[in-house]
Design a protein around this ligand. Structure first.
Ligand SMILES: *Cc1c(COP(=O)(O)O)cnc(C)c1O
Length: 319
C-alpha cells in the first residue's frame, strides 16, 4: 500500500475532513502582525505561529490526521519512518495520543536531543547509517520485516491533508492576502497550501539544500547536495506527490542563504517575540530577499517551527 501512496492526491475536501478530525486535538494557532517587523520588511507581514504547536512545529497536524484515520489493527502494527527532526516528533506524538507503536530511524549522527524528544513520547528511535538515504533504506527493511506501515515524510497523502489545515486557518482569518510564503523541505506544506489558497503561494528553500526547488524548476525529481543548517529544509531529493501538486499551482520558488535565514530569525526574535528554528524563519527570509515582489503587499508567512537546539539558539547572538 505504501508504494502507491504517492499516486493519491489529497483534495480540498480531504483537508476539510482533516480539520474536523483535528478539532478535538489541536486548537487553531494564532496569526499576528508586528509594526516593527512590517517596517523592516516594507510589507504587512502576518506571522502564522506554528511554533506554538505541542511538538513545536506544524507537522503535528499531519501526524495526528494520519493516526486519527487508522484502524485499530493498523495502529497495533504501528508505523515506521525516517527523519532527523520534526516529522519524527510529529509521528511519535500522534502515536502517543492514539496508543500506537512508532519507530523512527535517524541517521547515526543525529543529535541525542532529537532522539530523546522522540523517545519522550514513547516511540522507538533507531540510529542507523550516515545519511537520511541510509536511514530511509533501513526504515523500509524494518517495515517489510515487522509489518509496520512505512510512512514517507513527503509522499503520504494524509500528511498533506493534515498540514493543509494551516492554510484553511490562514485564508479564513485573512481572505485579503496578496501571497502566502511557505518554507519547503519535502514540500508537503507548500503543496497543501496550493490546494487551499486563492492567492499566490510562494515557496522558499535554502540554497544549500535546493533539491525541492531544483526539482520544481526542472519539472522532474532531482537529487542535490544537502548542506543547510536549517533541519526542516534539509532534504537531498524531490518528493513525487508534493512536486506533482506544486507543478502548475505554485506561483514562485525562492532560494535564500543560510545567513539570510539567521538574520530573519534575529528579526523574529526582536520584533515578533518569537524564537524560530531556521526553517521557521525561512519564509521571512524569502520576503526580505525580494522587495520587488513583496513591497507594500499583505503577506502571510508561516513560522513553521521553533525547535532550535542550543547550538542554533547560540547563532542568534551577533558574531
Ligand atoms: C518539515 C519542516 C519544514 C518543511 O516542510 P515540508 O512539508 O517538508 O516542505 C519547514 N519548517 C519546519 C520547521 C519543518 O519541520
Amino acid at each position: 500500500m505504501a508504494a502507491d501512496d504517492q499516486d493519491m492526491e489529497p483534495t480540498l475536501a480531504d483537508i476539510h475532513a482533516a480539520r474536523d478530525l483535528l478539532r478535538d486535538h489541536l486548537p487553531p494557532t494564532p496569526m499576528w502582525s508586528y509594526p516593527l517587523l512590517d517596517r523592516a520588511a516594507g510589507a504587512t507581514v502576518l506571522v502564522k505561529h506554528e511554533n506554538t504547536q505541542p511538538v513545536g512545529a506544524f507537522k503535528v497536524r499531519g501526524g495526528v490526521t494520519l493516526l486519527a484515520g487508522m484502524s485499530d489493527i493498523e495502529r497495533e502494527r504501528g508505523t515506521v519512518t525516517w527523519s532527523t527532526g520534526n516529522h519524527a516528533q510529529s509521528l511519535a506524538y500522534a502515536s502517543h495520543v492514539f496508543g500506537a507503536a512508532c519507530t523512527v530511524v535517524m541517521p547515526a549522527g543525529t543529535p541525542g536531543t532529537k532522539a530523546r524528544a522522540v523517545e519522550g513520547w514513547g516511540a522507538q528511535a533507531i540510529r542507523h547509517g550516515d545519511s537520511l538515504e541510509a536511514a530511509e533504506r533501513h526504515a523500509r527493511e524494518h517495515a517489510e520485516r515487522s509489518g509496520a506501515r512505512l510512512i514517507s515524510p513527503g509522499d503520504t497523502p494524509e500528511l498533506l491533508a493534515g498540514v493543509g489545515t494551516v492554510y484553511l486557518e490562514i485564508v479564513e482569518a485573512r481572505p485579503d492576502l496578496d501571497a502566502i510564503v511557505v518554507p519547503v523541505g519535502s514540500g508537503t506544506g507548500a503543496a497543501s497550501a496550493c490546494l487551499v489558497a486563492g492567492c499566490p503561494v510562494i515557496a522558499v528553500q535554502s540554497a544549500a539544500s535546493p533539491a525541492a526547488h531544483d526539482s520544481w524548476r526542472a519539472g522532474e525529481l532531482v537529487t542535490r547536495p544537502n548542506g543547510t543548517a536549517a533541519a526542516g529544509l534539509a532534504t537531498g531529493r524531490g518528493f513525487a506527490l508534493p512536486q506533482r501538486i506544486m507543478r502548475d499551482r505554485l506561483a514562485d520558488f525562492l532560494l535564500v542563504g543560510d545567513d539570510e535565514i539567521t538574520h530573519a530569525r534575529r528579526l523574529l526574535a526582536t520584533t515578533a517575540h518569537t524564537l524560530a528554528e531556521g526553517a521557521g524563519a525561512a519564509a521571512l527570509a524569502g520576503v526580505l530577499s525580494r522587495p520587488d515582489l513583496f513591497n507594500g503587499k499583505r503577506v502571510a508567512i508561516v513560522c513553521t517551527g521553533g525547535n532550535a537546539d542550543a547550538d542554533e539558539l547560540a547563532t542568534l547572538r551577533r558574531g
